[in-house]
Write a protein that binds this ligand. Sequence first.
Ligand code: GLU
Length: 513
Amino acid sequence: MATTEREVRVRFAPSPTGPLHIGGVRTALYNYLFARQHGGTMILRIEDTDSQRFVPGAEDYINEALAWLGIGIDEGVREGGPYGPYKQSERRDIYREHVKMLLDAGKAYIAFDTPAELEAKRNEIANFQYDASTRGMMRNSLTLPAEEVERLIADGAQYVVRFKVEPGRDVAVNDLIRGTVTIKSDILDDKVLYKSADDLPTYHLANIVDDHLMKVSHVIRGEEWLPSAPLHVLLYEAFGWSDTAPDFVHLPLLLKPDGKGKLSKRDGDRLGFPVFPLEWHDPKSGETSSGYRESGYLPEAVVNFLALLGWNPGDDTEVMSMDELISRFSLEHCSKAGAKFAFEKGKWFNHTYLQELDNARLAELFKPVLKEHGVDPSAFSDEYIAAVVGLVKSRINFVRDLWEHARFFFAAPEEYEAKAVKKRWSEQMPAIMTELADKLENEADFTGTVLEPSVLGWIEEKGYHLGNVMNAFRLTVVGECKGPHMFDITDLLGREETVRRIRKGVERIHPAE
Ligand code: GLU
């Protein structure tokens, strides 16, 4: 199909039935990348025709998640646009009109079968399917006299409108990733397109009517929708829209990280990673599900990670900004095979993006974590917090990990690691540490690079054991024998605080029995 000559218009069309799953986020992202690359339009359409499954808050959640990730929308419920409304429950008149078009053309029919009657048929006929082979024995406008149909409707009988699928046809779905997938129309049933009970169309009708009216050029969606595509092809045909029908792109499934099968929320719970972009509070059950945002992921890292689940740039480049993804994205490099949800890789991306983050911005992200741990960030200068995070960030995957590595920069240790005390705090150590504190108090220049040779020279001159003295020193300042370079630490803490900590250690640390 002439994809390049056509104005690119794509849509992300979620149903607000709960929090957006991470697979849905990937679908939105690929639509966005494709749209931006082609200078096209990204539409957000809310498919809320299934009133039974509507969940309050889900639509806001979708908007918030996309905004957090930087997936911009050009036309939508909030943005407006020339083809609105963009919420299906506000388009009833349009669907009614289109249902009538199909009925008038004899491409659809009215069916009155009650749920009980359908159930009875299912019990009577093995593998019952409402189609060309059975519609003749059901209560519908093909079997009942026209007057009776009119009378039933006038009397307020509930009915559905079904699509009349012609048997014996080969239906070809052209998918830009999968090639042409052909199926026999005989396997399709006469799908319900409209229900009088709530005066709403079903997903199939609303979806294709809107794609047509909104001039959608490419339908990019998850593989789970591939089975619906033949029906959609037939619907375009029934409306006489085949020439302008969109191209299909069915994205590969996201698979469990550790085996076969579709990724599920349970995998996330079991292995400890979120499957939702943002935290979600279920209004019915009251249950909370974790989100990437609240778990400490940067949106750039999530985008980069998701972009590579089902697509590759053709070489081994991994770290790509949104702009780079937009310029490099291509359907040719999307895979057919499912993509394993390698969540450890997601952590790696987050680590990588945190390293590239400006220290001042990282310090801002760290402030709420400090507060959670009872530290008032305003007691420290922004420069100090930024310098601290700069010193320890190579060790973290998440912002919250900064606390573990940097806590001693915000409060002197109250406890000292027992193992290190046992190993390093010998009988002579209090005297040596007092000597060190005195020396540091009188040091002309406390700058780390100047202090380091001076202290090391002193240790050597005195004939002390380098490892023991430096570790004891670290123990008084940090509380344990790990952390960044000692003289980077003293540089930030400053003379007064360093000396105070050494003297406190001398008082408080008692050699192990
Ligand atoms: N409303 C469908 C969904 O929830 C849309 C599928 C499609 O993109 O056609 O994903």
